[in-house]
Design a protein around this ligand. Sequence first.
Ligand code: GAP
Length: 521
Amino acid sequence: MAGKGNKNAHRKGKESKTLFERIWTLANHRGFVFPSAEIYGGISGLYDLGPLGTKLKNNLVQAWREFFVLKETNPPVYELDGSTILPYEALKASGHLDSFTDPTVSCLKCKKWMRADHLIEDSLGLYVEGMPPEELTRIIRENNLVCPDCGGELSEVTVFNLMLSVKVGPAGGQTAFLRPETAQDIFMDFKRVQQSMRAKLPFGIAQIGKSYRNEISPRQGLMRVREFTQMEIEMFIHPKEIGNHPSFDKVKDIKIRILTREQQEKGETEPVEVTAQESLDKKILPNPYMAYYIAKETIFYQSLGIPYDKFHFRHMMPEETPFYSGGNFDLEVELSIGRKEIVGNAYRTNYDLFNHMKKSGKDLSVSVDGEKVIPEVVEPSFGVERAIYCILEHCYREDDGRGWSWFKFPIKIAPILALVLPLVRREPLMEIAFKTYQTLRENGLDVDYDDRGSIGKRYARADEIGIPFCITIDYDTPKANTVTIRDRDSRKQAVVNKDDLVEIIRKLYTGTIKFDDLVSS
Ligand code: GAP
């Protein structure tokens, strides 16, 4: 059932709340997301997705899987579902034990721990990511920065490893870590996948699953959490073929927006717009694999409701590039809380395979024409929770004359596709409505049913959680076998034959027809 809504609950004190707070309050109130283990006070940076958040996530993951995995044929992409607990040795070899750190500072008075670079950014507006701890300590001292909570003196800046450790087995057990990225399973299983699928270079391995990071100060809701879902692809390429993507022609004319290192050095913030082909001709991107993913991501995020001019790909500066990467282009989205990275595109070279070979003593090379080759890797790494917040914010609408706020989710990812409602709580309308709801669900359409409150209130509640269509069973239904479909975005209505409803809703879902086709027919 669609939840009981109080259309004003999340709008209380609207003027005094930021956009982020308004959306976050609505998302909590309507069961998209709430703190994990809330009844015990929870743990900061851990959230549960409620019924609507879960559906939104599943739809997003499914859309990603279709677009980046199932439709990819040349090169093909295989899937993996690996363990989330990895041994010490694996993360020593990958470099995470030594280098996966953030700078931290604590208050000597109230003992609060903070990320030193974030504290400096927030207090002085200086961007200092990647600076060594001594430099950060110097900036804190020179600017007399103190604890933002209690005004206490701050410690020296030290580095803190972000991995969460676990003990596996009884009596102290073996030291292991929750994986900080899904990628490491893929590198360790590379040879097995290649052999079992008889795969030839180039090919990709994708994984969708949880990753864990012991963030020093989780913040901004889903944007920086300690447990999150990644969708990652490692594309394995013959080093001599890194300049040839077999399907590049499909994306060569796609326009992309890139913020180059040169622009950042000059303090410019407006990205350049080039086609994928031009990005290679002008040597803005290092290879066609990187350009291929950046072009596809540009299409994908627009299909999720994030406008083209609200995101770009930023070439990370050397000091902020991850330790494993030969060059990163991060997809950053403009939000009310600032520009935020939601995808990391890394040119990982052969760094990971090489280091796992060295540490494990196992041969992870492949044989190509009798020659042993260690493939190079291009990796697009997508965060699900950050994408969910971006979708919430960019699909959020208010003050458009309706009297309530609502979500303009694209039909493909809307948590609920349609809501079936009897016009009033009277028979036979209720019975027909409930049967219609059951028929649609039996036909695989994710619809809901609501018979509580006035029709206007039910439309408002449906809009509020972004349901694209409302199907009303009215007094004409028993007589003429018709139902009325209301479109969320235009609020137009169309009368259709009830027997055609399953087909019509399916076609609206797949995009085979548009709502206006129903209105004019
Ligand atoms: N394998 C490469 C990798 O993990 P990353 O840039 O550290 O690269 C990739 O992470 C994506 O994972 C980010 O763009 C973001 O969407 C998501 N992510 C990383 N840390 C996160 C956190 N603490 N909370 C939510 N999402 C996070």
